[in-house]
Design a protein around this ligand. Structure first.
Ligand code: NAI
Length: 335
């Protein structure tokens, strides 16, 4: 099937071309992100392949549909960037990669935690400068701390297993309990109890209306002073301005982010020769106790192989049966 691949980077192309040996789709790689202005690039393509910052809003979907697109194959697990209602109205089916490597994201989350706690980023820079002083690098034992996991699906469960290995007490909030987590000793509590009793809070739920700004000023007010907050899920789970206030007051002791609400204008590009126009993001970069990575938690060889394979298998399945087991259902955004 002819598929237009938006937001292509060299690594996407490498993995998709390799996986396509088994599928033989006609892939056309496009560098631009999908927006309502670039949708015309997909004219005549029955399938388009999108990533996390492509904007499949109502207008873009209408343009795609009018130009012949019937299938959107997401190269991601999250689907908050697609207007599913509009897709339904215009007869465009949407499929995702429900699971590729929960280990990639979970391990990166713990990497952020260790970097923040032991200040490895600062230690690395110091040692390269010949500065071996330890002042300012004091950390704490993670063993014995209480970790609150918001969302215990595939990634949250792996985080729970890793933190269990560290010897942590585990709390969680998820409308659906995960028996594997319960077996580990995870105690399910309300969001407010989780916020009030966790030393480390980590977000692993999807972005949907119910979780938008789940971390706001009110939630932060309930947290322990000096809490570690980690978000490797989606930027808009956090009200960034409220988090900045929390950092300034010391309520938030450490912040680790792999995602940012307005990341679409920043992430995945080399902007090192430009002035960053986003003042909120620029403020975040000034804190010594904030570590940010640019949506790279998923970025392992294992994950890219699986993403490429599932993305193309979804297109093959749609081509052969006009449906797809990994189709995202409208009910998925209603929760
Ligand atoms: P999953 O679907 O296996 O788990 C999500 C869990 O969140 C489910 O157990 C669900 O019941 C729960 N949930 C739903 N509504 C909730 C609410 N209101 N409060 C708390 N929990 C709620 O998804 P998976 O694979 O674990 O991924 C989680 C998220 O991680 C994705 O939605 C995506 O946004 C993000 N992600 C980030 C990546 C990165 O590179 N930074 C890569 C892959 C995923």
């Amino acid at each position: 099937m002819k598929a237009a691949v938006f937001s292509t980077k060299t690594y996407d192309r490498e993995f998709l071309e390799l996986a396509n040996n088994a599928h033989q789709h006609e892939l056309v790689f496009l560098e631009p992100r999908l927006t309502r202005d670039t949708a015309a690039l997909a004219e005549g393509f029955p399938a388009v392949c999108l990533f996390v910052n492509d904007q499949a809003d109502q207008v873009a979907i209408q343009k795609l549909a009018e130009a012949g697109t019937r299938f959107i194959s997401l190269r991601s697990a999250g689907f908050n960037n697609v207007d599913l209602k509009a897709a339904g109205r215009f007869g465009v089916k949407v499929a995702r990669v429900p699971a590729y490597s929960p280990y990639a994201v979970a391990e990166h989350t713990v990497g952020l935690l260790l970097t923040l706690n032991r200040k490895i980023n600062r230690a690395y820079a110091r040692v390269r400068e010949g500065n071996f002083a330890l002042d300012g690098l004091l950390g704490f034992d993670i063993h014995g701390k209480t970790v609150g996991i918001v969302g215990t699906g595939k990634i949250g469960e792996v985080v729970a297993r890793i933190m269990y290995g560290f010897g942590c007490d585990l709390l969680a909030y998820d409308p659906v309990t995960n028996p594997q987590c319960e077996k580990l000793g995870v105690r399910y509590v309300s969001p407010s109890d989780l916020f009030a009793n966790s030393d480390i809070i980590t977000l692993h739920c999807p972005l949907m209306p119910a979780t938008h700004h789940i971390i706001d000023a009110e939630a932060i007010a309930r947290m322990k002073s000096g809490v570690v907050l980690l978000n490797t899920s989606r930027g808009a789970l956090i009200d960034t301005q409220a988090v900045i206030e929390g950092l300034k007051s010391g309520k938030i002791g450490y912040l680790g982010l792999d995602v940012y609400e307005e990341e679409a204008d920043l992430f995945f590009e080399d902007l090192s020769n430009q002035v960053i126009q986003d003042d909120v993001f620029a403020r975040l970069l000034t804190f010594p106790n904030v570590v940010i990575t640019g949506h790279q938690a998923y970025f392992t060889r294992n994950a890219l192989e699986k993403i490429a394979d599932t993305t193309l298998s979804n297109i093959t399945e749609f081509e052969q049966t006009n449906s797809c087991a990994n189709e995202v259902q409208i009910e998925d955004i209603k929760r």
